[in-house]
Write a protein that binds this ligand. Structure first.
Ligand SMILES: *Cc1c(COP(=O)(O)O)cnc(C)c1O
Length: 356
């Protein structure tokens, strides 16, 4: 799609929030990107317009059957003033993977990266500058036919909104306590686990509630068939360092293919660390803990980048990982990835994309 993006600037800019109290996902910038889809026209009328509520017919399909996909990435303000995105092409590649699963038409990946860059550029004064802060970017697509029959919609909206967000670790990285969920499941092979689609999140809330009640921050999901193999931690991919080798569950259809996961695998290989993608059972992790070879556990995702795990509870058997402290692999990965994202260390893989 080569058509121009129409830009309509707001006449009533909002007051910007206090940079030291941003939290996550609470504030939104002055503009948003929208384009529409119809069967006849394909994707059309790409535009940047003032941020505003959407007007939707109550019968709009997405509200009833959840036909939608989303993405999440960030824009970072480097010390030298440059604005950097981290592997945005990967997010657009993945939204098309999700689109395919949800019967949503494909988007033009390169054009949508340009649209994101254009929107970030229009709202660049909203990118916070305090250490660790960033501008969270949320692209999403919703089914918009006003219709209650169950079928794929004929019309859609692709929308991008921006939210200035605070540092994930305002007071240093603290390992989290994780509850291994043994009743509820997140996804099964053949389902939608590999797609970034709202229904997966709706289905995960109950287990998260229970984990919170028990004093745990997140849920570790086991496979949906045997409840034996490790899948993900909350909405992060998960890595285990056992006897010097880093192991992460392979992408078998029920796991979200994380971009941070992919970056971690690249870096570890580059450093000469043995990294293996394979099935890993929770029993194997507990056995490694018993024989003293479980060195580190950490989650990976855009929000936290690296989230070390300090404690696991599986059926009331509690293990403490690395004395509840962050491990050296997790720490080095965190320093390296955030260093690349904020333009502070060499980007030898060409992962960052500059916004003019
Ligand atoms: C988004 C997401 C991840 C992490 O993906 P990144 O691309 O690294 O941010 C992991 N698991 C789930 C379920 C997700 O939705």
């Amino acid at each position: 799609m080569s058509c121009q993006i129409r830009i309509e600037k707001t006449k009533t800019p909002k007051q910007k929030p206090d940079q030291n109290n941003l939290g996550f996902g609470k504030y939104f910038t002055d503009h948003m990107f929208i384009m529409d889809y119809s069967r006849e026209k394909g994707w059309y009328d790409p535009r940047i317009v003032p941020y505003a509520p959407l007007e939707l017919d109550p019968s709009t399909m997405v509200l009833h059957y959840g036909q939608a996909v989303f993405e999440g990435l960030k824009a970072y303000r480097a010390k030298d003033g440059r604005i950097l995105l981290f592997r945005p092409n990967k997010n657009m590649e993945r939204i098309n993977l999700s689109n395919d699963r949800l019967c949503i038409p494909q988007i033009d990946e390169a054009f949508c990266v340009e649209a994101i860059k254009a929107l970030v550029s229009v709202d660049k004064d909203w990118i916070p500058t305090a250490p660790g802060t960033s501008l969270y970017i949320r692209p999403f697509i919703i089914a918009t036919d006003p219709y209650l029959g169950v079928r794929p919609s004929d019309t859609y909206k692709f929308i991008v909104i921006l939210s200035p967000s605070g540092a994930y670790y305002p007071s240093g990285i603290n390992p989290v306590k994780i509850y291994v969920e043994n009743d509820y499941v997140r996804a099964v092979k053949g389902g939608t686990g590999f797609a970034k689609t709202p229904g997966n999140y709706a289905a995960s809330l109950k287990a998260q509630d229970i984990a919170h009640e028990k004093g745990y921050v997140q849920v570790l999901w086991l496979d949906g068939v045997e409840k034996k193999y490790i899948e993900e931690v909350g909405s992060m991919n998960v890595f285990f360092k056992i006897n010097g080798e880093v192991i992460t569950p392979s992408l078998d259809g029920s796991i979200l293919p994380g971009i941070t996961r992919d970056s971690v695998i690249h870096l570890l290989k580059d450093w000469g660390v043995k990294v293996t993608e394979r099935k890993l059972s929770i029993q194997e992790v507990y056995d490694a803990n018993s024989n003293g070879t479980l060195e580190e556990v950490f989650g990976t995702g855009t929000a936290a980048v690296i989230s070390p795990v300090g404690e696991l509870n599986w059926m009331d058997k509690v293990i403490v990982v690395n004395n509840g402290k962050i491990g050296e692999t997790a720490a080095k990965l965190y320093e390296t990835i955030t260093g690349i994202q904020w333009g502070e260390i060499e980007d030898k893989f060409g992962w960052t994309v500059e916004v003019e």
